[in-house]
Design a protein around this ligand. Structure first.
Ligand code: G3P
Ligand code: MG
Length: 259
């Protein structure tokens, strides 16, 4: 059962920044990092959750797609932590991969093509993953499943996860019929019954965003493949406790990343 830090260690540090990623890498029991990718005006894959700078930058507003990388570098993404940490410059995907590569952490790259399609983003992301030789430790996720189809056409071997915020009737059927490997549900849509049905079809279940002790325990007990949460230290703690009590691992959950 894998423990993914959502936007880095975003529960305690400004999301999707070098600081949050470094803290996730340093957290014992953290197995991977989830992050969000958009494109700058000059076509560079950059790390930020929203389509605009408005929420997380303290000194700039406007759409990410309307600024060149050089301009985006001026944004301070320290968000609500402004003044409590060093200013946080936007990272490119290349810099993110450089940071994570020396660790053994897996990565979940969410392509944010829900509002703007960012033509060509799929090829740019795959080219970078190949350059860094990180295809096998990556899952590509998106709410835009056409994006996932384009990713598969470029790189059939990369694992793809369908992000979804809905109670699908047959998630395993949907994932498999479209040639993907993983289902990435909002965690309220994860029941032991549907996780078990997905596991029977060898579909991974990577759920988000699980932050409370009660919900983390529930998801472990449902048998999900990964928990994506803002507090990788809490997920690690719960996993250790359940293991000590003999309540985990369950016999039937689906393993990910090479298993
Ligand atoms: O990838 C899981 C999760 O990050 C999806 O939603 O809005 O937090 O990017 P969001
Ligand atoms: Mg995300």
């Amino acid at each position: 059962m894998l423990n993914f830090a959502h936007r880095g260690f975003s529960g305690k540090y400004p999301e999707n920044t070098r600081l949050a990623f470094t803290k996730a890498i340093e957290t014992e029991g953290c197995d991977g990092i989830e992050t969000d990718v958009q494109l700058s005006a000059d076509g560079v894959p950059v790390i930020i959750h929203d389509e605009t700078l408005d929420r997380t930058a303290v000194n700039m507003t406007g759409a990410v797609k309307d600024y060149t990388l050089e301009e985006l570098r001026k944004a301070d993404l320290s968000y609500t932590y402004a003044g409590k940490c060093e200013p946080q410059q936007m990272m490119t995907l290349r810099e993110f991969l450089e940071l994570v590569k020396p660790s053994d952490l897996a990565i979940n790259l969410e392509l944010k093509t829900g509002v703007y399609e960012y033509e060509g983003i799929e090829q740019k992301v795959i080219d970078l993953l190949k350059e860094f030789d990180m295809v096998s430790r990556t899952v590509i996720s998106s709410f835009n499943h056409f994006t996932l189809k384009r990713v598969k056409a470029i790189c059939p071997e990369i694992r793809c996860g369908c992000l979804i915020h809905a109670w699908l009737l047959d998630p395993a059927g949907y994932v498999k019929a479209n040639g993907f490997e993983c289902w990435h549900p909002e965690f309220h849509c994860c029941t032991p019954e549907n996780v078990k049905a997905l596991a029977a079809q060898h579909v991974e279940v990577n759920c988000w965003t699980v932050n409370s002790l009660v919900d983390i325990r529930k998801m472990f007990q449902a048998g999900v493949t990964s928990i994506i949460g803002n507090y990788p230290d809490l997920v690690s703690q719960v996993r250790d406790e359940l293991e000590e009590d003999g309540e985990w691992p369950l016999g039937w959950s689906v393993c990910g990343f090479g298993d």
